[in-house]
Design a protein around this ligand. Structure first.
Ligand code: DUC
Ligand code: ZN
Ligand code: ZN
Ligand code: ZN
Length: 484
């Protein structure tokens, strides 16, 4: 069967033009004028864009004594409902666990995904086994390794481990990523605030000021430069972190920054809301920032110093959040956003003139497809690309509400916000997942997307060209608490 999307304006990262798109099976087979097919999808008055890619989600993640509430089925359905056709989750080995074994667990729990997905591998402990298995992980189609510089005593790795792992990434053609917050300082601040009697959600933001993120971002960038490897900084939330990334890029270093839609539009006044539940439901790390940081993040997307808008979708129910009722350090960190990322970014970015439509496509899809080495299979409307396509109706409006969302949690941090610009149709590898605004996604339709290694890494301007081979250390995580 040949499906044709007719009458729309194709919006790519580099240009916009009027053309029809023909799809056969799972791929785009033709782009041109007056195409015909067995089935026609009407795109009159719409923009036709590559499906969104959210490179930062946590679905059914074991974390802070519980599991994030959305699984691969509800999470990818939420994504598709909002125009996101692919997500990248984080595989988190527990301390001492084989990376390959952890990966098998992640594959098992993603079987009912409605849309395509991939994984980043987290380096949560260090030793000979991790060193060896990292190259096997790359062979299995995962080219990125995440490092937590925060969550001391659980997921956090120290600087020597970062340096070893970054050098290993350089050697095997992989991209290191960091959650950049100084975990030692955060832990000290948390204890001090509790001693001072600050136990509510406002303490969460006070314990993680922009300085802890700015410091860690700078530190990770310097370590990556010494290791001779590019670096991807997840959830860049403040000017200090953006400044570090800007400076590195200006010097010729290949450093990427990823603001979240939450940090672009929500601010830390939410934590001062007298309703405990309201404030706790917004607890995530890094926390929402003072409004002044938002202009910096938007400017970074415009100027290209920040490249990707993600969500860090990690949703917890009202009851899960209440675990921290007496102690903000026990509130599970995370917020949702998968369904809302594209409509909110369109409304607050394109409709306000802060982003062009082409920039919107770049930061929601094309840039990350290139960074993760899956372009043009994903992130593009080109002949041969996967038919992951959004037919976007710029006139369609709604008010965001938990009543109508796909996520299983009972609230939404964007609740009450009116958005204009929503998907009319969404195709996931040629199959309709949203049809005329109705979600019709199929559990199990999603496929794991393999991401090949990067043949070369950027050492051009590094001062540290002669990095010695990574040492093989054995540092078993004895007495380390499990992260669950
Ligand atoms: N931050 C969150 O808010 N949740 C999941 C993990 C993280 O780093
Ligand atoms: Zn568990
Ligand atoms: Zn993080
Ligand atoms: Zn995260």
């Amino acid at each position: 069967m040949r499906t044709v999307i007719k009458g729309g304006t194709i919006v790519a990262a580099d240009r916009s033009y009027e053309a029809d798109i023909a799809i056969k099976g799972e791929s785009i087979v033709q782009i041109g004028a007056d195409l015909s097919g067995d089935k026609v999808i009407d795109a009159t008055g719409c923009y036709v864009m590559p499906g969104g890619i959210d490179p930062h989600v946590h679905l059914k993640m074991p974390f802070m004594g519980t599991h994030s509430a959305d699984d691969f089925e509800s999470g990818t359905r939420a994504g598709l409902a909002g125009g996101t056709t692919m997500v990248v989750d984080f595989c988190l080995p527990s301390p001492g666990q084989s990376l390959i074994e952890a990966l098998e667990g992640w594959h098992a729990k993603s079987q009912r995904a409605c849309g395509d997905y991939s994984f980043h591998m987290a380096v949560t402990w260090w030793g000979e086994q991790v060193f060896e298995e990292m190259s096997q992980v790359v062979d299995l189609g995962i080219n990125s390794f995440k490092h937590f510089m925060a969550y001391k005593g659980a997921l956090m790795v120290d600087d020597d481990e970062l340096f070893d792992s970054f050098r290993r990434c350089a050697a095997i053609g992989a991209l290191p990523m960091v959650h950049a917050e100084n975990g030692d300082v955060v832990a000290t601040m948390q204890q001090k605030l509790l001693v001072d009697g600050i136990r509510g959600p406002e303490g969460h933001a006070m314990s993680r000021p922009p300085e802890v993120e700015g410091e860690a971002t700078n530190r990770a960038i310097m370590i990556a430069d010494m290791a001779g490897v590019p670096l991807y900084v997840v959830h860049t939330s403040c000017e200090q972190a953006h400044e570090a990334i800007r400076r590195a890029r200006q010097k010729g270093m290949r450093v990427y920054g990823e603001p979240l839609i939450q940090h672009l539009v929500l601010d830390d006044s939410e934590y001062r809301n007298p309703d405990w539940d309201h404030a706790a439901q917004r607890v995530m790390s890094p926390p929402f920032r003072d409004k002044s940081n938002q202009d910096s993040l938007w400017a970074g997307l415009q100027a290209g110093s920040l490249q990707v808008v993600a969500t860090d979708h990690c949703a917890f129910t009202v009851d899960q959040k209440r675990t921290g009722i007496d102690d903000f350090t026990k509130i599970p960190n995370g917020t949702g956003g998968l369904e809302d990322r594209m409509p909110v970014l369109w409304s607050e970015g394109v409709n306000t003139g802060r982003l062009t439509k082409n920039e919107f496509v770049a930061v929601t899809s094309t840039n990350i497809a290139k960074i993760l080495n899956i372009y043009p299979q994903k992130g593009a409307i080109l002949e041969g690309s996967d038919a992951d396509i959004v037919v976007w109706d710029p006139k369609k409006s709604k008010v965001i509400s938990p009543e109508t969302q796909q996520s299983v949690v009972e609230y939404n941090v964007f609740s009450g916000r009116e958005v204009t610009g929503l998907p009319r149709h969404v195709l996931s590898r040629g199959t309709l997942a949203v049809d005329d605004g109705e979600v019709c996604a199929t559990p199990g339709h999603g496929r794991f997307v393999k991401r090949p290694a990067f043949p070369e890494v950027n050492k051009a301007l590094s001062k540290w060209k002669e990095v010695t081979a990574p040492r093989k250390v054995e540092r078993k995580p004895e007495n380390m608490p499990a992260c669950v």
